[in-house]
Design a protein around this ligand. Structure first.
Ligand code: NAD
Length: 504
């Protein structure tokens, strides 16, 4: 039985907490209290196979439906999300612990990508290329790929699905979603909305939910019926998924962990920088893939930047994520609290000094204080080379931009980055081939809070995938190159002459 609070939200959403599968229970634990607030069941292997088969039957029809008609389905989904933004955002907050504004922001991101996908449904386009042969037309067109597996992480339990599914659906794919087992209710609620839309548009099977844990993620990875698996999660899990999909020569889109840095130079607008860094490091309790984890401050402003940061941190109210005025909710699990504690212990051992926060709060739930750690040299501080999914900011004092860039790019991850400076030369160097090596590089704007219009993703161990805006849609389609001969001769490319009377 769902808790009273969850039941009230599900009622407003007009969906029941469906008992999804016949497998093990997936419990939703309120990170603010540690209490179970609802559950659904994982799919069994037999149910998994049946759902994939049903989705593939839908694909036969869906791929031939004109893309703008597919867009109408996504338009309707966007309308339903608009109408249910508040309760769905609240459910996301209840399961993840992110504050109300961020829960609602996540649903807004779903609405935005639906709008984008509707427009895209009339914009899917290929090229016409000059042919070297007379009376020949050389073109490129894009076709639906098939059944796409979408595996998502707990921290954006619904938006990441929407980035993939809205694009995948207008591209003519059918979308099979294996959500995080830590956020089962949010995924079931979204599936409920999808089913309403599908029933209205004869599109059953375009969106399929496959609740489960890492085992179900493995089924998707190994399944040759899925030409693409879009995986969002930790680097460790992504490595396994990538290897398994590659073993069957399938495709992946990988959106893995980040270790995002901000550089603040002497000429920066410190007001702007401190606000952006605080949001980047403390927002979502440091549990965004784009959270700010490393700060490189030039010597001239180091003292004042750190003082201002610490003052800003002291104003952050921690508590129930749905309460007004709260800026930071809990971490997702007790295990995440343990990882926070362990990272701070390692930081101290390696010569770091915790100048703000760093305590686990003694109250029910997984509440911790956001921490600022003054670090020694970057190359002597290995704890900062890995992603700890918690609100810990390591601060490094640097002499100049060169030193900052070297340290910034030294880590294995490459998702998001930012510089704060008023110098056009420094900004341009940061954005140049010799600058930030990340998929996202911002100037006078923080590392987190990307818009959907741009392609989203990162380099190196972040996986190289791109999702959301720009031309990320191409990842969900297959490209076909066609030569059409409308003449009466058969000229061969490269002027090759072949056979009797061949004219090249
Ligand atoms: P996680 O890796 O524990 O789980 C992510 C998903 O993968 C879940 O659905 C999980 O059930 C599944 N999974 C786990 N092991 C698997 C396996 N061996 N095979 C198949 N599936 C498997 O990650 P998490 O704790 O839920 O999320 C946090 C991580 O996700 C962080 O590292 C964060 O940076 C990353 N993340 C990245 C992005 C991005 O866009 N780059 C976005 C959000 C989160």
């Amino acid at each position: 039985m769902p808790s009273e609070r969850v039941k009230a939200v599900l009622d407003r959403l007009g969906v029941a907490a469906a008992d999804e599968g016949g497998g093990e229970p997936l419990e939703s634990v309120d990170p603010s209290t540690g209490r179970i607030q609802g559950r659904i069941h994982a799919v069994t292997r037999v149910q998994y196979d049946a759902r994939v088969a049903a989705a593939l039957r839908r694909f036969e029809e869906w791929r031939m439906r004109p893309a703008p008609k597919r867009g109408e389905v996504i338009r309707r989904l966007g309308e339903l999300l608009r109408a249910h933004k508040e309760p769905l955002g609240e459910l996301v907050s209840l399961e993840t612990g992110k504050i109300r504004a961020e829960g609602a922001g996540e649903v807004q991101e779903m609405i935005d990508i639906c709008d984008f996908a509707v427009g895209l449904s009339r914009q899917l386009h290929g090229l016409t290329i000059a042919s070297e042969r007379p009376r020949h037309r050389l073109t490129e067109q894009w076709h639906p790929l098939g059944a796409v597996g979408i595996v998502t992480a707990f921290n954006f339990p619904v938006a990441v699905w929407a980035w993939n599914a809205a694009l995948g659906a207008v591209c003519g794919d059918v979308c099979l979603w294996k959500p995080s087992p830590l956020t089962p209710l949010s995924s079931a609620a979204v599936q409920g909305l999808c089913e309403t839309v599908a029933a209205e548009h004869g599109a059953e099977g375009v969106f399929t939910l496959l609740p489960g844990g890492s085992e179900a993620g493995g089924w998707l990875s190994d399944d040759p019926r899925l030409p693409l698996v879009s995986f969002t999660g930790s680097i460790a899990a992504g490595r396994t998924v990538a290897a398994r999909v590659a073993a069957r020569l399938g495709r992946t889109i990988l959106e893995l962990g980040g270790n995002n840095g901000v550089i603040v130079l002497d000429d920066a607008d410190l007001d702007l920088a401190v606000r952006a860094i605080t949001f980047g490091a403390v927002g979502t309790a440091g549990q965004r893939c784009t959270s700010t984890r490393r700060l490189f401050v030039q010597r001239g402003v180091a003292r004042s930047a750190i003082d201002r940061l610490v003052s800003a941190y002291r104003t952050v109210r921690i508590g129930d994520p749905l309460e007004d005025g709260v800026l930071m909710g809990p971490l997702i699990t007790r295990a995440a609290v343990d990882r926070y504690r362990a990272a701070l212990a390692a930081a101290r051992e390696q010569g770091g000094k915790v100048v703000c926060g760093g305590r686990v709060l003694e109250r029910p739930g997984n509440f911790v204080e956001p921490a600022v750690v003054l670090a020694p040299r970057h190359d002597a501080f290995p704890i900062a080379w890995e992603e700890t999914f918690a609100p810990i900011l390591y601060v490094f004092e640097v002499a100049d931009l060169d030193e900052a860039l070297r340290a910034h790019n030294a880590v294995p991850q490459g998702l998001s980055s930012a510089i704060f400076t008023d110098s056009i030369r420094s900004a341009e160097l940061f954005l140049s081939p010799a600058g930030s090596d990340c998929g996202i590089a911002n100037v006078n704007a923080g590392t987190s809070g990307a818009e959907i219009g741009g392609a989203f993703g990162g380099e190196k161990e972040t996986g190289g995938g791109r999702e959301s805006g720009s031309d990320a849609w191409k990842g969900y389609m297959r490209r076909q190159t066609s030569t059409l001969n409308w003449g009466r001769d058969l000229p061969l490319a490269q002027g090759i002459a072949f056979g009797p009377g061949g004219r090249g």
